[in-house]
Ligand binder design. Structure first.
Ligand SMILES: [Zn+2]
Length: 224
């Protein structure tokens, strides 16, 4: 059940109440799983109205479905691409960190950055054939799973995780069979039933990318 849903015309998330009252000519579909949502409310009050997925939904916005990627593994392993990606990370770790913070919509600890790289290595993310540096930050974040709430850190007021469309059943599909649905990634806040839609590949200018001295240590700790 979620209180907000992405409106395709307004291009932002609006509350079930606003949708019901002002946009009732548009049927709500979940942008993540493409299923039609129904309105649920107790006495149509603004406070309790929310959207509901169909029964047995596999939508990752529902907390029980959050761990979609832990069993994925490359169908074809490309060791030379893995070496190139790792070299790129060693040289551009600071950029990668900034990209990830942008995607995550919050500040990330440097120790988390190391953990993301370690888990990526452990699950053979770098070995995916066809994986590019453009898709690397998204794939590493989706692979990592849940980012816990961190008190006092920008954008970390609630736990969240990143996921691709549930129509994507392997990471390779993202770059080998791209579709409209696989051009987005979702930032999901399961505790507050909220999600944001991001277009893959869209980054702001990060300005000065001269890394502070401590950065190299966190990259080296991943031992890529
Ligand atoms: Zn859904």
């Amino acid at each position: 059940m979620s209180k907000k849903n992405w409106h395709p015309v307004l291009k932002k998330s609006i509350s079930a109440y606003d949708w019901y009252m002002k946009h009732n000519n548009t049927i709500p579909f979940c942008k993540v799983c493409n299923h039609q949502l129904s309105f649920v409310s107790k006495a149509s009050s603004k406070r309790t109205m929310h959207f509901r997925h169909p029964d047995n939904s596999r939508c990752p916005t529902i907390l029980e479905n959050a761990n979609l990627y832990s069993n994925l593994t490359p169908q074809l392993k490309d060791t030379s691409n893995a070496l190139e990606l790792k070299e790129w990370v060693k040289e551009n770790g600071y950029l990668l960190y900034k990209q990830m913070c942008f995607i995550l919509g919050g500040s990330m600890k440097w120790s988390e950055f190391t953990e993301i790289l370690l888990l990526g290595k452990q699950r053979d993310i770098f070995l995916y054939s066809g994986l590019t540096t453009n898709l690397l930050p998204y794939t590493l974040l989706a692979n990592y799973g849940i980012f816990p709430k961190i008190k006092g850190r920008t954008g970390r007021d609630f736990s969240c995780f990143m996921c691709f469309s549930p129509t994507v059943s392997s990471f390779e599909q993202l770059w080998n069979e791209p579709t409209e649905e696989s051009s987005h990634i979702f930032r999901i806040y399961p505790k507050i039933n909220k999600y944001e839609v991001l277009t893959i590949g869209e980054f702001p200018s990060f300005g000065n990318l001269t890394p502070p001295d401590y950065v190299q240590g966190y990259i080296d700790s991943a031992n890529l």
